[in-house]
Design a protein around this ligand. Structure first.
Ligand code: HEC
Ligand code: HEC
Length: 463
């Protein structure tokens, strides 16, 4: 009985591993010479090598997804051309065209060369802003739970077996709002069944789980950091990037074999630059904002003027006051298990099993990475600066960008609208009253005048 339970947990683990990004199309095997710089090789591995994880579904399933959509969407899809339906599916699930292979599998998936789509890192770490596809940008539109549920319904109709993610979704929520996922808990679950050398032990009791949704950070911050994650507990290291491959199928040998790939993938991440604000900036207003930033913000977020600096400042959880679910969800024991493992060179790299709170992130390219805070609860920078005006419930307006308030263009509500019927629709509304989704905290602009906040907002566009 217990065994059964654990087996089910493991299944879920494996699917859940979606995290584990995968890549596609029979790319080169670990460590092979493929030419180019390390960063170029890393990009090719990330988007082209499919063997790290098994496929989630095939093209035939993808093309039939509209058949399980709710009305009136299904009706519209039925009348649309194949190309329009593809666009509608991209819209619904938060997918975008890959700059390397337009018309092929989207940026967020890798083609395994046999018709299979394998989820990759860019599912959460690649998206679109102001009409531009940006690898490394948090995907603010990813609707993973909805995609997986629809895939499951289509597979049942087509008589196809469920893959890892679908089975996992039966047991663990993948994400309850568009743009955020329960990724952190996937990691906790998967690590629970490994020892320090990454051998798999299926008979362990399941770990304590506190499910919550997290907004992925921009990958271009990586080069400024020495410690990863919002609580900064894990030292930066190429092996840390491999946690996403922790499905039981991948044993300790695979991790050693693929390590060289992930040195290259790390080189690609280190080469990333934030996108620049594409519109005009009021230079004199921004100039005033620069001084205000130096006085009120730089002690935690660093300086973006020459010489640049980034203090990687840890702020105690009570002082920052943003949602603390993420902080509580990762126990000191869970952090220790990771820190003592192969991923962290068996503890020799250091790390912090009991961090005091959250680390103030770099703000490079901050205009592009809305929504804000680690749980993605605040849709614009204006709302970061005006805590009392943060919406209780908000809904993204398609791909529209809000240039005035700098961030996502949203509709705001006091309550969830009553006509929201399907779960897929409900996930489009970010309800900040739900567990793990608080919009509170970060009161650091509170003493400033409206004028000063306008100047700060203008300056933030330039980072
Ligand atoms: C299902 C979504 C998802 C997928 C897929 C995913 N990540 Fe992440 N990633 C996250 C989230 C959420 C966080 C933030 C976790 C935290 O701070 O606790 C994160 C954090 C990170 C960080 C730390 C960044 C920082 O600034 O601290 C790196 C680096 C990273 N991911 C790389 C990758 C790589 C490489 C892959 C593919 C092998 C990948 N991720 C796949 C969701 C995802
Ligand atoms: C005492 C340290 C501290 C000060 C001072 C501070 N911040 Fe922060 N800031 C943080 C921390 C910690 C976070 C992360 C909170 C979270 O995600 O839960 C953060 C998050 C943010 C974010 C969201 C980042 C993201 O990627 O989602 C923005 C924007 C921001 N701060 C702007 C500012 C501005 C502008 C000022 C000056 C008015 C300022 N901060 C002052 C500590 C600070």
């Amino acid at each position: 009985m217990m065994r059964e339970v654990v087996k089910r947990e493991l299944w879920l683990a494996s699917l859940v591993v979606i995290q584990g990004a995968a890549w596609a199309l029979g790319g080169p095997a670990g460590g092979e010479e493929v030419g180019g710089t390390a960063a170029e090789r890393g990009w090719r591995l990330l988007t082209g090598k499919a063997e790290y994880l098994p496929p989630d579904f095939d093209q035939q399933v993808f093309e039939a997804l509209w058949e399980v959509w709710e009305e009136p969407l299904r009706e519209r899809a039925a009348r649309a051309t194949a190309a329009e339906r593809r666009q509608m599916a991209f819209e619904r699930y938060g997918l975008c065209e890959s700059p390397d292979r337009p018309g092929g599998v989207p940026l967020q998936y890798t083609n395994d060369g046999r018709g299979g789509w394998v989820i990759n890192c860019l599912a959460c770490h690649g998206g679109e802003v102001a009409g531009q596809v940006v690898p490394g940008l948090p995907n603010a539109r990813l609707a993973l739970q909805t995609l997986v549920e629809d895939v499951m319904a289509v597979k049942l109709r087509q008589g196809k077996p469920l893959a890892h993610l679908e089975r996992g979704a039966l047991l663990v929520p993948l994400g309850s709002t568009v743009g955020t996922t329960n990724a952190v808990m996937f990691g906790v679950l998967l690590m629970n069944y490994r020892d320090a050398d990454l051998n798999v032990h299926v008979n362990r009791p399941p770990p304590a789980m506190l499910h919550h949704d997290h907004d992925a950070p921009p990958l271009w911050h990586y080069r400024k950091k020495r410690r990863l994650y919002i609580d900064g507990f894990a030292p930066r290291h190429h092996r840390a990037l491999m946690q996403f491959l922790l499905i039981p199928r991948n044993g300790p040998e695979q991790f050693r074999r693929w390590e060289a790939d992930f040195r290259d993938i790390e080189a690609w991440i280190l080469s990333l630059k934030p996108p620049r604000w594409p519109w005009e900036v009021d230079a004199s207003l921004a100039e005033r904002g620069r001084d205000l930033f130096a006085r009120h913000c730089a002690e935690c977020h660093g300086s973006y003027e020459e010489p640049e600096s980034y203090p990687e400042r840890m702020v105690p959880i009570e002082e920052i006051g943003t949602d603390r679910t993420r902080y509580d969800a990762l126990s000191p024991e869970a952090r220790r298990v990771y820190l003592q493992s192969w991923f962290n060179e068996y503890g020799t790299l250091g790390g912090e099993a009991e961090p005091a709170g959250y680390v103030a992130p770099p703000l490079d390219g901050i205009w592009a990475s809305a929504p804000y805070f680690h749980n993605g609860s605040v849709p614009t920078l204006y709302h970061v600066l005006y805590p009392e005006q943060r919406p209780v419930v908000w809904e993204q307006q398609g791909r529209a960008y809000d240039r005035q308030r700098v961030g996502l263009s949203v509709a705001e509500y006091e309550e969830l609208p009553e006509d929201v019927a399907s779960p897929a629709q409900r996930r489009r509304y970010f309800d900040t009253r739900r567990a793990g989704k608080s919009r509170a905290g970060h009161p650091f602009a509170d003493g400033l005048s409206d004028e000063e906040r306008r100047a700060l907002l203008e300056y933030l566009k330039t980072l």
